[in-house]
Structures are given as C-alpha cells and as structure tokens.
Write a protein that binds this ligand. Structure first.
Ligand code: NAP
Length: 280
C-alpha cells in the first residue's frame, strides 16, 4: 500500500511510553466514530527524538502526542501556538500545510473539564493554585485566558511561583506554602497541581472547611481517581473536577487535528479508562 493509501495513524512518543492511557482513549474514539486509523506507542530515547520527529511524516504519521521527557524538545522542533509557548512545552504535534505545528492541550483539558464538571466555575474572582511545576503553567495560563482576575500561586519552593508570576503578569500572586491556610477563604476555585495526594506521595493536608460555600475544587492527580481532597470537598457539598476528566478532555484536540472529527468524552470512555487504571 502506498503512504497516501494507508489509513492515517498517530503515535505517542515517550521514553518510556508503556504506561500511557492515550492508545486506549484514541482507539476508543477511532472505533466508535468508525474511522479507519491507528494510534501506536513509540518508545524513543532522547538522543533519537529529533530524528524521529523530523521524519514523522515519512514514517507515515499524521501527528503525535509527546510525553516525558520530550515535551521541551518537541516545542523547539515545531511551530508552537501561544499555549505551547506559554507552558514552555508541547504535547501535541500535527501538520498544517506541510509544517509541523505544536500545542499544549493540558490548557484546554483543564478548562474544558471544569466547564463539563462544574459549570459556572468561572464566576470565581480569585483562584488558589497549589504547585508551580509544568502542570501549574498550563492551569495558570488557562485561568488567565478565561478571565480569572487573581490567581494566587502557592508553592513549596516560592522561587518557582515567583518565576511564573514574572512570566504571566500581575494577576498571578506568588505565595509560600505557609500562606495556603489564610488564602483558602478567598478562593472561589482551588486547584491542586502538586503531586501531593497521589498514590505513593505524601498526603495533601488542606482544611476544606476554610473554603467559601460556593467554591469549586479541582485536582489534577488521577491515581487514585478519588483523591482525599476531592472526597473532602464533595463531603462538604462543593463542586469538583477530577484529574481523569482533564486527561480525557486534553486528548480531544489531538484527535480532531489528526483524524478530522471532534470526539466526545463519554461516560463509557471514562469507565474504560477507570477500569484500566484500577488494574495498573
Ligand atoms: P512537576 O513539574 O514535577 O511539579 C510538581 C509540583 O508538586 C511542584 O510544584 C512541587 O513543588 C510540588 N510538590 C511535590 N512534592 C511536594 C511536597 N512534598 N510538598 C509540597 N509540594 C510538593 O510535576 P507536574 O508535571 O506539574 O505534575 C504535577 C501533578 O499533576 C502530577 O501528579 C501529575 O500526574 C499531574 N498531572 C495531571 C494531568 C492530568 O491530565 N490530569 C496533567 C498533567 C499533570 P516544588 O516546586 O517545591 O518542588
């Protein structure tokens, strides 16, 4: 079969790549939308990444997801959009007029999951984001893009929070971890972007009772699916958005760019990935 006659295929490039749920998600959409196409894992070591990406099309791929440790290199080797530039990392590659383009879909994954799980969340005037790593950059960019006026950014290493504030401007207020408790009563939206609360990591110790009554709580951690933070927030009757929802929503754009149809995040897809995570 010639390359043009072959069904379109995308891949996930990582090192390692084996733990990813992306094949499960994209193959579900290919199957349910009746699209003839493929999605495969490509374990590529860092010193071979450049060559792999520059020959992506020759290898028969219409695009790719990129994960650890290649996201910064992917940005440098492609034409990034504003989101990828702001986050400083690209996780999705596609071709437009023959040119390799990139974006960071964690931004819309986070925002679209909030829209789906807690409509009206953006009435919050002030948000409190915990953590200042890679995921926090996507979250902060998304919140500012959506018009949240003040984003308090609390991190154990305050210098990292200060660096993000310098990059994103005056609406981002850096804070040390010791300020979390006093910021909670102002937070219409609380977002955990740290790895605290994740399986095998220390717990996230937060006094949920200090949040306003109408606060929304989002956690990026999805192992376990129901974190202690989310359980405590739900117990208090607060709306929540979980990490698995973000993971599913961030996959939508890549699929649409590669295969030309916008897929839905369905309850069936969620159950499929939940079951897979439980067996991990
Ligand atoms: P990262 O760049 O390594 O950042 C980790 C963050 O956690 C830093 O702010 C770090 O603080 C903080 N942290 C780690 N241990 C801590 C501790 N003991 N006490 C206080 N703070 C601590 O990681 P990342 O890429 O941003 O990812 C963070 C989390 O988000 C991970 O759990 C990841 O799985 C999750 N995530 C989920 C999605 C999704 O789709 N649901 C997408 C992306 C990421 P310091 O700066 O002080 O080290």
């Amino acid at each position: 079969m010639t390359a043009a006659a072959r069904p379109p295929a995308a891949c996930l490039i990582g090192w390692p790549a084996a733990h990813s749920r992306s094949p499960l998600i994209h193959r579900y959409w290919l199957r349910t939308l009746g699209i003839e196409g493929g999605y495969v894992l490509e374990a590529v070591p860092p010193d071979e990444f450049k060559d792999f990406v520059l020959r992506l099309s020759l290898r028969g791929f219409v695009g790719a997801n990129v994960t650890i440790p290649h996201k910064e290199q992917a940005l440098a080797l492609s034409k990034p959009d504003a989101r990828a530039k702001a986050v400083g990392a690209a996780n999705t590659l596609w071709f437009a007029d023959g040119e390799l383009c990139s974006t960071n879909t964690d931004v819309e994954g986070f925002i679209n999951n909030l829209d789906a799980s807690a409509p009206g969340w953006d009435k919050a005037e002030e948000a409190l984001v915990l953590g200042a790593g890679g995921a926090a950059r996507a979250v902060v960019f998304g919140l500012i893009e959506r018009g949240i006026k003040t984003v308090h950014l609390a991190n154990r290493t305050i210098e990292r929070a200060q660096a993000l504030a310098t990059q994103f401007g005056a609406s981002v207020k850096p804070a040390g971890w010791d300020k979390v408790s006093e910021l909670l009563p102002r937070a219409g939206l609380l977002v955990n972007t740290t790895s605290l609360g994740m399986h095998g990591q220390p717990p996230l110790e937060i006094d949920i009772a200090r949040l306003p009554d109408n606060a929304v709580v989002a956690d990026l951690v999805y192992v376990p699916l129901q974190t202690e933070l989310l359980a405590a927030a739900q117990k208090r009757g607060l709306k929540t958005a979980d990490g698995l929802g973000m993971l599913l929503h961030q996959a939508v754009r890549g699929f649409e760019l590669w295969f030309g149809r916008r897929p839905q995040v369905t309850a069936e897809l969620r159950s499929l990935v939940e079951a897979d995570l439980k067996h991990a």
